[in-house]
Design a protein around this ligand. Sequence first.
Ligand code: SF4
Length: 468
Amino acid sequence: MQITSPAFKENARIALHDAGLQKALGNLKEGFPVKRSTAVARMPEFEQLRDEGTALKNHILENLDIYLEQFEANVIKNGGHVHWCRTPEDACKKILDICEEVDAKTVTKGKSMVSEEINLNDYLEKNGVEPIETDLGEYILQLRGDHPSHIIAPAIHLNLEDVSEIFHEKHKRPKSSDPKVLMQEAREMLREKFAGADVGITGANFLVAETGSTIIVTNEGNGDLTQTLPKTHIVVTSIEKVVPTLEDMTLFLRLLARSATGQEFTVYNTLSTGPRRAGDQDGPENFHVVLVDNGRSEMVGSEFQEMLRCIRCSACMNHCPVYGAIGGHSYGWVYPGPMGSVLTPKMIGIEEAGLLPNASTFCGKCESVCPVRIPLPKLMRHWREDEFSKHLSPKAVRWGIGGWAFFAKRPTLYRLLSISSNLFLRVMAGKKGHIKKIPLAGGWTDGRDMPAPRGKTFMSQYKSRKQR
Ligand code: SF4
């Protein structure tokens, strides 16, 4: 996937003028947030569950090495293999090696954001292995040569007409705009792919240390066919997904479904525990887990450790006013929204992704809905500090902050500046009561009028209240 994060502003400008995208985003705003709040209202102990999930994740991160080694030992005991991969290249190469060992020509894939992160599809295609996405949203995107714009609803940026168009073009069937007909069409197309695949690749929502199991949650059941029909099942996932026990896993499943789609439980919760055993009616003969690091172990013990609590529910982006206005593609890489604004700079570098932590109003909604209480605004602020200290922020921002710091350290001057700015803005506004253009602040006034200051300044109100 091509990185376009440095062009965030231009991406956002285009997105704001894209009528189709704006229509699709309208559906998002009325969907997930409403369903989440209904589900949360039905569960009085939800806040307590969030506290337990947060504490458990903190415990896991403090003992990550122990739980990962326990997980590995149990996978091996069950007859499977674990492959540790530091970089995306290592992970792609390992997966290709496994495919080549079994002479695979086609692989079916369940939805996996980690596979997007390592750019697996491109790598497999370039090396003669055809990947076939089986999640409906991912399947539609693959037909279009497109990429996910959301971590649980990858094709959320599309409308029914877009799907109807691409199915008609690629399936060579009569055009339909009936969702049931389109769904049936996709099902028929994918059925033969499932049956003919040599390898099935899925992600994992969680890894269970005590049993060596992996679990995926889906609402379509495609993951089950992906992992049980082919002779080889590869799980590609990241190291922070490990949890100690099956019981711990159920705590996160309850948080995940409610925070993501407002369901009490996702429709399919499928556990894999090693390859097929004697007497099993189905299941793969070979079972591999590819564990991707890609910068995560560096986050342990750093100011970004809390980000590793993320269970990929998407609530932060579903409630983010910036994501809601411009959609996921504007962020220019795999992970969009507030969680992406923290993760992306870690994975592709702050030099490439410096605009993302600035793409936030800091309204705090993301943190308030995060099931594992990740302080996303605080983490974005860390990136802003990093950007500033590396001299990556634009000169105007640096001068602006430098000027502000100069006055902020001199209270008398600061007060004089506040009073004179107040007067200046009032004069500029005149009788109209609003200002159309402010010198050096075109970014604000190009798209909106600024209201004139009214009443007393904050400092004079503060002073008079203190004297009471
Ligand atoms: S940061 Fe929190 S809200 Fe956002 S996807 Fe992760 S767990 Fe969900």
